[in-house]
Structures are given as structure tokens and as C-alpha cells.
Design a protein around this ligand. Structure first.
Ligand code: FPP
Length: 262
């Protein structure tokens, strides 16, 4: 039934050319890992007199463009918040639409991922996800695991608190089994138990849609991320906005709790 909600034509038919003015960027100081809270899809759609799902479909197109732009800029990892553990509270038609959208995205983008050497990973819990979505996730992982280019880390059924709980349970189980001593639990042990194991922490967190919240995204990992917020809704977010975010990042001084180095 929700399939009827899909726009017959793709929202953007042609693959848009990536236009970015790099003249002011320091290409030696590109954030390695950029996390994005893809917010504002519903408001974007409403502003055009359309239903919310139209905004999600447009948002999925934006993600494709931004991954291509990020790759061009030399970003190594994009973590994108596609579905949170709290999003199950939305109307069932919207949830079903998002699941179908994810499934289609993972099917349709495999060729592009392979062509562009994109490695796809996922963070979040598999619990409650439709079997079809899980199959597509497994397929995307298997098909792109040897790719060495940008990592697209999709957060699906993800919540930062749930992730930390899961890590605590994992570590506690190791202690209970006698494989780990309590005094040996350190930062690395915790990080190895997070879904993001092996990835560097985000340097930059981007939130379109204007809200000044973290919304349970990567709570542990963003400890020292620079945050950039824009009122622009996610479907309207362009590679130029990504450049603006990086310019702002490059204008900041990252001290990681220390003192000014100059
Ligand atoms: C928040 O916007 C966005 C979501 C809950 C879903 C994000 C999903 C996508 C961008 C598309 C799916 C992604 C892939 C990879 C296919 P909102 O609906 O809360 O917007 P609002 O704040 O304007 O209501």
C-alpha cells in the first residue's frame, strides 16, 4: 500500500553534477569522519504542499549526492542517521515507507557503490527490522566489503544510548565469562564494543533543519566533534553546504580539552 506513496519519477532524475568552490578550503585539513543528522525532510515536503514521505525520498537522493561530494573532498567516512530507535513511534505508514525506501536504496545503489569504491557499513540493532531490509543490508555489506574508498556508515534502528547499553552488556558478558578483568576495562575496550568499532570518531557533526539537538546520535563518539547546524532542510542540502560546514570546521580551534597550542 505504501508503495503507492513513491514518486513515479525519481525526485532528481539525472545524477547531478557536483559543484563546489574549493578555493578557500585547506585540503590538508579535511575532516576524516563527518556525521550527518538528515533532518527536515518532513518540513521540506510540507513547505511544498506534499506529504512527508516525499521529503524522505528527496532526502535519500541528497544523501547520494553528498556521499559523492564527500568522496571528492577526501572525507573518509560519512555516518548518516537514516532511522533511529525512536523513529518506530512514527505512524506505521511512514515507518513502512522508510523501510521500503532503505530497501530500494540499498538495491539501486549497489552498482554506484561498486563503481565508486564505496564501502557500506551499518550501525544499530537488527532487532525489529524487516527481514527484507536485513537481507539488503547483508547484501550491501558483502558486495562492498573489499572496497577501499569512502565508507558510508548508515545508522539504521540506531540510538546512542542503546549502543552504549549494548556495549556495556557485551563487556559485562566478557567479565562474567572470565575472559576480562574489571580493572582491564578501558576506553579501548568500550570502543571495541560499540557498533562503530574500527572507525575514527567524527570530527564534524552536521545537522540540517535548524534544531539544536544531538538526538541520540553517536553519543560516545562525538565527544570532541565540531558541530555545524544550518536551517537548510536536508533535501535542499548541497555540496556547497558541505563545503561551508568544512570551512567553519577549519576556522575552529580543536583543543580536545587541552590549551591553545600557539
Ligand atoms: C528526519 O527528518 C529524517 C528521518 C527520520 C529519516 C531520514 C531518512 C532519509 C533521509 C532517507 C532514507 C535514507 C536512506 C539511506 C534511504 P524528519 O522527518 O524528522 O523531518 P522534520 O523534522 O521536518 O519532520
Amino acid at each position: 500500500m505504501f508503495k503507492g506513496l513513491f514518486q513515479k519519477k525519481k525526485v532528481n532524475t539525472a545524477k547531478p553534477e557536483i559543484v563546489m568552490d574549493l578555493s578557500n578550503l585547506d585540503l590538508n585539513n579535511i575532516p576524516q569522519h563527518v556525521a550527518i543528522i538528515m533532518d527536515g525532510n518532513g518540513r521540506w515536503a510540507k513547505a511544498q504542499g506534499k506529504i512527508r514521505t516525499y521529503g524522505h525520498q528527496a532526502g535519500a537522493e541528497t544523501l547520494k549526492t553528498i556521499v559523492r561530494a564527500a568522496d571528492k573532498l577526501g572525507i573518509k567516512v560519512i555516518s548518516a542517521y537514516a532511522f533511529s530507535t525512536e523513529n518506530w513511534k512514527r505512524p506505521v505508514t511512514e515507518v513502512n515507507f522508510l523501510m521500503e525506501l532503505l530497501s530500494r536504496y540499498l538495491t539501486n545503489e549497489i552498482v554506484e557503490f561498486k563503481e565508486n569504491n564505496v564501502q557500506v557499513r551499518f550501525i544499530g540493532s537488527r532487532e525489529g527490522l524487516p527481514a527484507k531490509v536485513q537481507e539488503k543490508m547483508d547484501h550491501a555489506i558483502a558486495e562492498t566489503k573489499d572496497n577501499t574508498g569512502i565508507i558510508l556508515n548508515l545508522a539504521i534502528n540506531y540510538g546512542g544510548q542503546a549502543e552504549i547499553l549494548h556495549a556495556v552488556q557485551t563487556v559485562a558478558a566478557e567479565v562474567a565469562a572470565g575472559r576480562l578483568q574489571v580493572e582491564d576495562i578501558d576506553k579501548q575496550v568500550v570502543e571495541d564494543a560499540l557498533y562503530t568499532r574500527g572507525l575514527p570518531p567524527p570530527d564534524l557533526l552536521i545537522r540540517p533543519g535548524g534544531d539544536l539537538r544531538i538526538s541520540n546520535f553517536l553519543l560516545w563518539q562525538i565527544a570532541y566533534a565540531e558541530i555545524w547546524i544550518t536551517d537548510v532542510f536536508w533535501p535542499d542540502f548541497t555540496p556547497e553546504h558541505l563545503v561551508d560546514a568544512i570551512l567553519a570546521y577549519q576556522g575552529r580551534e580543536r583543543r580536545f580539552g587541552g590549551l591553545i597550542s600557539k
